[in-house]
Design a protein around this ligand. Structure first.
Ligand code: DOR
Length: 426
């Protein structure tokens, strides 16, 4: 048994002091001043305790791309960021499009992950958009179906997949990108791409496919979840689809909330991600979408790449930045400390709203619930230093930024998944 004394938890939006008693994988008691004779007692000295975060969008790269990242490092990076559940995307080699391929990934997760990881199954074989993945073989082991990294171009393939997913009671989680509208772009098509004289990806490349898909989801009766929405039109389409009673949900990434195209200082591939940083207006629409409930959850799109793939110009670099280790702190610093939204809302967007969106039994601190939690020092600050990342990926454009609200201890099913050894000796 482990007793956490003097932590502060959120109750109806207010921080209250509580002790938490953990037995093996579960929380057995949350109360004021628990007096129990247990082997281990840890004084949290008033630090904030949140349910462990859930990240429905990570690239853990294994099997297939271990030179960028692997499950050992990615899971430790996630735990350091306060995540206790993560859903790795299927753009792997082999792609988990049948049980045999998926089993390779499941076995490595079992061996190497320090947190709960529930992988996606692909929608199409090899994510090539031509033949269907083996949905029935995968269904018992996967979180949902996605071809993330690519849009499903063929409307009928998407429609049929949605009908099967609906029958299997799984969500279709879509990376929305109409290939005919990419136009060779490497950043958002807007003011900054014109200034830098670089080819741009127009906003419609994303929003047009979301508009198609919400109508397909309506016809198929499927839970349709949109990955990383980045444009104001996407937010509008989702808002209107929700109002029409369509089962659509969506996520936004920290970088799309924090930055926009005008923050890109020069032609530097470290700022390249897909979808790209959009306009200030788009960014404001994303924040408004979070506040009015159109956007359901925050997910990182943690996308590690090797240095030789990112230390390049915008045209040549790979799409993607890492996010697991800094997501909460960056959002806390940018939005909670400045009063744009509350700590309560930020935490919900990373915990219970994710659980409610996908029907997961995690994301809450409650008696009999899993002891998945993160202790955060809201006063502590640090400067982002990629050399200190636990991830193999060093690709962040936010080097040197000062962030507050630093996770110092993460427990996953009662086990220490991350600790700051300078703070806790456990
Ligand atoms: O920036 C991105 N990186 N966007 C994606 O959709 C894929 C991801 C990756 O796998 O690197």
């Amino acid at each position: 048994m482990l007793l956490l004394k003097n932590g502060k938890i959120l109750k109806n939006g207010v921080l209250v002091s509580k002790d938490i008693l953990i037995d093996d994988k579960k929380i057995v008691k949350i109360d004021k001043n628990i007096q129990e004779n247990v082997e281990k007692v840890l004084d949290l000295e008033g630090k904030f305790v949140s349910p462990g975060f859930i990240d429905v969008h990570v690239h853990w790269r294994e099997p297939g791309f271990e030179y960028k990242e692997n499950i050992y490092h990615a899971s430790r990076a996630a735990a350091r960021g306060g995540f206790t559940t993560a859903m790795p995307m299927p753009n792997l080699d082999p792609v988990p499009d049948n049980y045999e391929n998926l089993k390779i990934q499941l076995d490595i997760i079992e061996r190497d992950s320090v947190i709960r990881a529930i992988p996606y199954g692909a929608i199409t074989k090899g994510e090539l958009g031509k033949d269907y993945a083996e949905f029935e073989e995968l269904v018992d082991y996967v979180f949902a179906f996605s071809d993330d990294g690519r849009g499903v171009q063929d409307a009928n393939m998407m429609y049929e997949s949605m009908m099967v997913a609906a029958k299997l009671n799984k969500a279709i989680v879509a990376h929305c990108e109409d290939n005919s509208l990419i136009r060779g772009g490497c950043m958002h098509c807007g003011r900054r791409s014109r200034e830098l004289d670089l080819p741009g990806i127009p906003s419609v490349c994303e929003s047009v496919q979301i508009a198609r898909d919400v109508l397909l989801a309506e016809a198929a009766g499927c839970h349709y979840h949109v990955c990383h929405v980045s444009t104001k039109e996407s937010v509008r389409v989702v808002r209107e689809a929700k109002a029409a009673g369509i089962k659509v949900t969506c996520e936004v990434c920290p970088h799309h909330l924090i930055s926009d195209e005008m923050d890109i200082p020069e032609d530097n591939g470290m700022w390249k991600m897909n979808p790209p940083l959009r306009s200030r207006e788009d960014r404001n629409a994303l924040i408004a979408g979070l506040l009015d409930g159109t956007i359901d959850v925050i997910a990182t799109d943690h996308a590690p790449h090797a240095t030789h793939e990112k230390d390049l110009t915008m045209r040549k670099a790979a799409f993607g930045i890492v996010g697991s280790e800094t997501a909460f702190s960056q959002l806390y610093t940018k939005f909670v400390k400045t009063g744009v939204f509350s700590l309560d809302l930020l935490v919900k967007l990373m915990t219970e709203k994710v659980a409610d969106t996908f029907g997961l039994p995690y994301g809450r601190l409650e008696e009999n619930g899993y002891a998945d939690l993160v202790v955060i020092d809201l006063e502590k600050s640090l400067k982002i230093d990629p050399e200190k990342f636990l991830s193999k990926g060093r690709n962040t454009p936010y080097v040197g930024e000062e962030i507050y609200g630093i996770p110092v201890l993460t427990l996953s099913e009662g086990k220490v998944a991350y600790k700051d050894s300078e703070v806790f000796d456990i």
